[in-house]
Design a protein around this ligand. Structure first.
Ligand SMILES: Nc1ncnc2c1ncn2[C@@H]1O[C@H](COP(=O)(O)OP(=O)(O)OP(=O)(O)O)[C@@H](O)[C@H]1O
Ligand SMILES: [Mg+2]
Length: 256
């Protein structure tokens, strides 16, 4: 298993966000993690990257418990590629320099090799020609792809995407989704995708997990999800404001 979560409870600011979470993610799979805003999707990811320690239960990545000690945690994080919705590109570096950053920071490869790797990664996202452009010169979709190239710079076997489609138009969304799928397949990765974009994401997912009301309310294939009759899941899929999910039960402002 790439990720194995058992009996996990996560708390923030003294409040239980998720409880009794059991989840096993096989290597090579693409898992979509869905659920209403504020249900704890990003919180779950932060337990996988070790940013947040479990209040109870365990999280294992590639068979190892996520370490608490800083040095070991940094080692683990090199093996997890993360793409956040903000992209996080440095504005005064070119696309190529942004992609080179993790290689320069975490390896002592000679500059010529770094250059070659950067070219390969940019090629993998279809942006070799954009190497010398600055982030402000890139469209939203291109910037997201540069961030993706940077996330795979160290060849991490596990990829984590938190809302990879935010702010993108339907065409750019399609490009990013097929890229995520293709990279997963060709590089033999395992991918976790947190998203509100159910209809764009399910086609490339092997598996869908729905989180609501502090726990996992569905875990199965996309086809099972779409065929499901569970009112909670239906409410989420169909975007109905009234139903078993209290949509504004956990507003962000409450946490502060
Ligand atoms: N640093 C924090 N301190 C305290 N509470 C937090 C913190 N971060 C998140 N929360 C709370 O934890 C809950 C889950 O947040 P989380 O960001 O995981 O939700 P989400 O499912 O990712 O939502 P969205 O879809 O809007 O990104 C929310 O109620 C939020 O207010
Ligand atoms: Mg989130």
């Amino acid at each position: 298993m790439a990720v194995r979560v058992a009996g996990l409870r996560l708390e923030r600011g003294g409040r239980v966000i998720l409880r009794d979470i059991d989840l096993s993610v096989p290597q090579g799979s693409v898992t979509a993690i869905l659920g209403p805003s504020g249900c704890g999707k990003s919180t779950l990811l932060s337990a996988v990257t070790g940013e947040l320690s479990p209040a109870a239960g365990t999280v294992e990545v590639f068979g190892q418990p996520v370490p608490q000690r800083r040095r070991e945690l940094l080692e683990l994080r090199k093996r997890i590629g993360v793409l956040l919705q903000g992209n996080g590109l440095l504005t005064d570096l070119t696309a190529a320099e942004n992609v080179a950053l993790p290689l320069r920071t975490h390896t002592d490869l000679p500059p010529a090799v770094v250059r070659q790797l950067v070219e390969m990664k940019l090629h993998a996202v279809g942006l070799r020609a954009a190497a010398d452009l600055y982030p402000r010169e890139l469209s939203g979709g291109m910037a997201r792809r540069v961030a993706l190239a940077r996330a795979i710079a160290l060849d991490p076997p596990l990829m984590i995407y938190d809302e990879p489609l935010t702010g993108l138009d339907p065409i750019a969304s399609g490009v990013i989704m097929s890229l995520i799928s293709r990279l997963n397949r060709t590089l033999g990765l395992t991918s976790l995708i947190v998203t509100h974009h159910v209809h764009e994401t399910l086609p490339i997912a092997d598996r869908a997990v729905v989180i609501a009301n502090g726990g996992i309310v569905f875990d199965g294939t996309p086809a099972e999800l779409q065929a499901g009759a569970d009112p909670l899941v239906r409410q989420f899929l169909d975007g109905q404001p009234d139903g078993p999910i209290p949509f504004d039960a956990a507003p962000r402002t409450e946490a502060a």
